[in-house]
Write a protein of this length. Structure first.
Length: 180
């Protein structure tokens, strides 16, 4: 049995100047989390409104990909390359313009609600329970990241935890005078 594979670029060519509402066509296309969807995404870098829930995009090169309104819940983006051009997608309720490479990515429980991740990178990422509710994370990076149960964590809460960990390490080694 042979299958016909029709890409959205062909639909755009065919219907682009005929007055047909492309948004309606896109909303009726079934983008399901299948190997074909992931393969199409990796080849065309174009997958708006697609369902990539639980997709394995480890090591994928998604620079400049258009994932607007895509469902990225629990997507594994570990070591994915999202650097260079802006990668546009929607996670939860917030439109994302990420000029980052999300370094160690994975984004574990993802969603990233109203994200933005401003100056992202997220160094060794993972973000365990993720969501990050109102997100943004201003100057981001988050060095060794992970953030265990994450959810609505704000950058300052993260920094306070990091400072406490650093202070504990310093405290365990003693100070310059040799006192513990």
């Amino acid at each position: 049995m042979k299958y016909l594979k029709l890409s959205l670029s062909v639909i755009t060519l065919i219907f682009g100047s005929t007055g047909i509402n492309l948004q309606q066509v896109k909303s009726q296309v079934n983008y399901s989390n299948s190997n074909a969807t992931v393969t199409e995404l990796l080849q065309s870098k174009y997958c708006p409104s697609c369902n990539l829930q639980n997709a394995n995009l480890r090591g994928a090169s998604l620079t400049g990909a258009n994932l607007e309104d895509a469902n990225l819940s629990n997507v594994d983006l570990s070591n994915a390359n999202l650097s260079g051009e802006l990668v546009q997608f929607r996670c939860g309720n917030g439109l994302e313009l990420v000029p980052s490479n999300l370094r160690g990515a994975n984004l574990s429980g993802a969603n990233l609600e109203n994200a933005n991740l401003k100056n992202a990178n997220l160094e060794n990422a993972d973000l365990r329970g993720a969501n990050l509710r109102g997100a943004n994370l201003e100057g981001a990076n988050l060095k060794g990241a992970s953030l265990e149960g994450a959810m609505g964590i704000e950058q300052r809460e993260y920094l306070i935890k990091r400072v406490n960990v650093i202070l504990e390490k310093i405290g365990n080694k003693g100070n310059k005078c040799g006192n513990k």
